[in-house]
Design a binder for this molecule. Structure first.
Ligand code: HEM
Length: 440
């Protein structure tokens, strides 16, 4: 078509620009934008990926009827969770509707009490002092706590052994998720076996969830809601995807939030003053942080939002299903359409000094009313906007307040850079970040 956007093909036929793109995909987007303009196509291994980088075009990305979310993710869903095309097109909307309705701000508030208890218990198991990799420490507390909160207490890995086994399998699955979403299992044996392990785990969890339907605290868990409404035999596979969605982005961002706070003495002091003022340790045995307490710590919430802004997902995707007009270009059906929240959040028009960690910029948002900043797209948009976003913000706010209240930290390494290797999801740290901690 004469009006197609400029296309980067590379010099190997079919393989196209895969080599250059694959080395550092996150940086490739920004370099290509500087050379080819705000809309461009990259040909990678027989696929056309068309990037939109202007905020003005995001509305079309999120709401145009000429693009489709399900068609964009169906193949990766098949590879990462062994869900057939037929099942996905039949069940996805129902699953999404249940997750959305269970994670509204109101239902999230109900989950906050038990989540705080779980965080408190798992934080206590860190002992009175020690040193660790900050991201490993955060995973070891958050994985079992969030699992228990969303999937049921009977399902949370409790013993050190089961916790470690889960941590290993999930980490392998998460690390290989991006390659796994593109390549057949045969090329990624260890990754494929961790996927099967997680599917079996979810199968057992669903059986247990069905057995304990009367439920542990009177409220059905998210997994129980899914189990009672979706009869598809692939329900465990959907469970794995949901578990991945609930952990894969939120936990690295918690790492960045804590690391950014600890490495900025001025920020750390303001955050600690608010946390100490808000949390009165009423009961010495357990620290309880209520939503009212969290409301007394707006600055800590700004820190969380700022960490999400700086470490937003590398790219999100739709499939073009009918010719799509963007500026003066026509993007042909069949193209994968991508936009990068990570780069969108580095647009100085919306976020002055975009690389700086500046919690105060969130003062302009009305977070009490769930109004975020203009130009903030970390949770995507339109019908498929992240249904876990209110839960994620509450979970991070709660966790950061609690861990800083209970432990004093010293950073032994500088804060690492974000790894430019992956486009799917939020960035992992590119190097070690050791901390020493001491119970207060
Ligand atoms: C800071 C943490 C998180 C970030 C940055 C994030 C970001 C995103 C993004 C960008 C999408 C795709 C949206 C689109 O394409 O427009 C998404 C989808 C999704 N997220 Fe999140 N998310 C986070 C936490 C969570 C949590 C905690 C849960 C569950 C409790 C969750 C559940 C989901 C699900 C189920 C989907 C798929 C929606 C669908 O199938 O249409 N997310 N998330």
């Amino acid at each position: 078509h004469p009006n197609m956007p400029p296309c980067i093909r590379g010099w190997i036929p079919w393989f196209g620009a895969a080599f250059e793109f694959g080395k550092e995909p996150l940086h490739f987007i920004q370099q290509a934008r500087a050379t080819y303009g705000p809309v461009f196509t990259v040909e990678v291994a027989g696929k056309r990926l068309t990037f939109l980088t202007l905020n003005e075009d995001f509305k079309a990305f999120f709401t145009s009827k000429d693009v489709d979310f399900e068609q964009a993710v169906q193949e990766p869903v098949y590879r990462t969770a062994s869900i057939s095309k037929e099942s996905f097109f039949e069940c996805h909307l129902d699953c999404l509707a249940i997750i959305k309705s269970r994670l509204t701000p109101g239902n999230t508030a109900i989950l906050s009490g038990p989540l705080c208890e779980e965080f408190d218990d798992h934080l206590e198991s860190l002992g009175s002092e020690g040193s660790a990799q900050l991201n490993e420490l955060i995973k070891s507390v958050m994985y079992p706590a969030v699992m228990s909160n969303l999937l049921g207490q009977c399902n949370s890995p409790k013993s050190t052994l089961t916790k470690q086994e889960f941590l290993d399998k999930f980490t392998t699955y998460d690390d290989g998720f991006e390659y796994g979403s593109q390549l057949p299992d045969i090329f990624l044996k260890e990754w494929a076996s961790s996927k099967q392990w997680l599917i079996s785990l979810l199968r057992n969890m669903i059986t247990k969830a069905e057995e304990t339907l009367s439920s542990e605290n009177g409220n059905k868990t998210l997994l129980q809601h899914l189990a009672t409404s979706i009869s598809d035999k692939l329900l465990p596979n959907y469970g794995v995807l949901m578990l991945w969605a609930s952990l894969a982005n939120a936990i690295p961002i918690t790492f960045w939030a804590v690391a950014f706070i600890l490495s900025n003495p001025g920020v750390y002091k303001i955050a600690m003053d608010q946390i100490r003022d808000a949390i009165q340790n009423r009961d010495k045995e357990k620290t309880k942080v209520t939503l009212d307490d969290l409301r007394q710590m707006p600055y800590v919430k700004w820190c969380i939002m700022e960490a999400i802004r700086l470490r937003a997902p590398g790219a999100i995707t739709r499939k073009v299903v009918r010719p799509l007009k963007i500026q003066n270009y026509i993007i042909p059906p069949g193209d994968m359409l991508l936009m990068s929240p990570y780069w969108a959040h580095r647009n100085p028009k919306y976020f002055p000094d975009p690389e700086d960690f500046k919690p105060e910029r969130w003062e302009k948002a009305d977070l009490e009313k769930n109004v975020l900043l203009e130009g903030f797209v970390a949770f995507g948009g339109g019908k498929n906007q992240c249904p876990g976003r209110w839960y994620a913000i509450m979970e991070l706010h709660m966790f950061v307040a609690l861990i800083l209240y209970k432990f004093e930290f010293t950073l032994l390494d500088p804060v690492p850079k974000p790894s430019p290797l992956h486009l799917v999801g939020t960035q992992q740290p590119d190097g070690p970040c050791t901390v020493r901690y001491k119970h207060r």
